[in-house]
Ligand binder design. Structure first.
Ligand code: C5P
Length: 477
């Protein structure tokens, strides 16, 4: 049997293996063995997935997303910087939520954070040593602040206090947290939390604008009650799960090649609301979870994403432009404004009809009689863009939510709407897809039908945008 030694590797590979081995505290041989073991485990898992046939449809090689998710769960590293605010207690929950997803979490507590939570609780929950001091001789010897800065794929600052944001914007480095933030070239996600007056202050507005210009991602803050009695307004830190949702696409992107870099992608999401009068409207059911996940996944692969969304309760995905609309006509106008783009993915549940003349005032209830509404057809956004001659995106993708004959209807839709792919799913009551977190979809293209296994909407989104990237580079139909 042929054998290979580390010495035979080319210099660049050797250098990368050496760095990786040093990072993981292994010898180069052990590191090489670990990599081979991981590769063979992934291959086995992939084979077993590909062998699982979906009833009625020929088995097709499965998308790579779950594979990616597993290897990310094994390696992703977050450096969590906890600022000194009352919301610091929520950062302990954030550690748990990230750990549940297999992410390695290292924490830095600022001096002020230690007034709210202890080093012991952060280290017990993270299972890692917690760092607090810039000039700690043991940590500087063992793992210096530069290494702390370099080893994370994503730095999360939660809570990001007004003071921490000011330091970040000014680039000061007078404690461990700010020094690490200055030394890191990882993506930084901040979850601001402060009193509404501090949030509204021109100094904080300026600092936020500088941070956004520097490419810092921001999740929250939200409106709600403050810790101070009787105070309410905008300034509550985003919930731990919202921070996790904002963080995950960027952990994936740390591993995923930036295959959509420089590509412009438009995504629609959510329902549209077609007014009957100022208080009533017509709408389809849609949470926006799938569309928002697609937009986030495309941004994570480096795409320049425009998300046009109807009314949803989800937070805006970070790292992309979100435009909010109410009606189908507004949605179409925003898409036209957003063109040209290379890819358009229409995941919105657009209302098919609107009231011809919405009432200017609330229609009064009359005992014994009900108003008659005259409905007219809304523009079909997918068909309009799919049939465009000028500025038609290279890849136009529609969704088909069906309750019966899912594939037959999807095939018909592909032709009728002039799109390239249809992502079809069964939303019949009992499927749990509507408003749920999971989705089982069929990808219908001119080349055939692929039935993907049930998976989270995030995983569907990652698989879909990976296929889009392949298609743009000519690797896939
Ligand atoms: O015709 P149907 O509503 O089932 O088609 C679903 C697909 O068409 C989805 O991609 C949806 O976003 C899109 N659509 C649209 N404009 C409409 C209706 C549907 O873009 N008015």
């Amino acid at each position: 049997m042929a054998s290979i030694t580390i010495r035979q590797l080319d210099e660049d590979l050797k250098r990368r293996l050496r760095l990786r081995a040093a990072r993981n505290g292994r010898s180069m041989e052990d590191e090489a063995r670990t990599i081979l073991r991981m590769a063979s485990a992934d291959e086995l898992a992939e084979q077993s997935r590909a062998n699982k046939a979906v009833p009625g449809v020929a088995p097709i090689p499965q998308p790579a997303a779950p594979l990616l998710a597993r290897s990310i769960a094994r390696q992703a590293r977050v450096l969590l910087i906890v600022g000194g605010g009352i919301a610091a207690y929520k950062s302990l929950e954030l550690i748990r939520r990230l750990k549940e997803r297999g992410v390695v979490v290292r924490c830095i507590l600022t001096r002020a954070a230690m007034e709210f939570i202890t080093v012991l609780s952060a280290s017990a929950l993270s299972g890692e040593r917690v760092f607090v001091n810039l000039f700690d001789p043991t940590t500087e010897h063992d793992i210096g602040h530069i290494r702390l800065a370099r080893e994370a794929e994503l730095v999360v600052v939660a809570p990001a206090t007004a003071d921490l944001m000011a330091k970040m914007a000014a680039g000061t480095a007078d404690d461990l947290a700010s020094a690490v933030l200055l030394a890191s070239d990882a993506t930084v996600l901040v979850a601001p939390a402060m009193n509404p007056h501090m949030w509204a202050h021109p100094a904080t507005r300026r600092n936020l604008a500088s941070l956004e210009r520097d490419g810092v991602l921001v999740v929250g803050p939200k409106v709600g009650e403050m810790a101070e009695e009787g105070e309410a307004g905008i300034g509550r830190m985003a919930e731990p799960l919202e921070i996790v949702s904002a963080a995950l696409p960027f952990l994936h992107s740390a591993h995923a090649p930036q295959t959509l870099k420089g590509r412009r992608v438009i995504v629609t999401s959510g329902p549209t609301h077609e007014p009957i009068d100022p208080v009533r409207y017509i709408a389809n059911r849609s949470s926006g979870k799938q569309g928002h996940a697609i937009a986030g996944a495309a941004a994570a692969l480096g795409a320049e994403v425009l998300l046009v969304t109807g009314p949803v309760t989800l937070p805006d995905p970070v790292g992309l432009k979100t435009v909010k609309v109410e009606t189908a006509q507004e949605m179409l106008a925003e898409i036209n404004r957003g063109l040209p783009a290379e890819v358009a993915i229409f995941a919105a549940a657009v209302a098919d009809w609107r009231v011809e003349e919405p009432n200017a005032n609330k229609i009064k209830k009359q005992p014994g009689s009900s108003p008659t509404l005259t409905l007219i057809e809304n523009p079909d956004i997918l068909a309009t863009i799919g049939h465009r001659d000028k500025d038609r995106p290279r890849l136009v993708i529609g969704f088909a939510a069906e309750t019966e004959q899912v594939i037959e209807h999807a095939k018909a839709k592909l032709a009728r709407k002039g799109c390239d792919w249809i992502v079809a799913n069964d939303v019949s009551p009992g499927s749990g897809v509507m408003g749920g977190d999971c989705n089982a979809v069929h990808l219908v293209t001119a080349e055939g039908i692929e039935s993907w296994p049930p998976q989270s909407k995030e995983a569907v989104a990652r698989a879909l945008v990976a296929r889009v990237a392949d298609a743009l580079t000519g690797a896939q139909p």
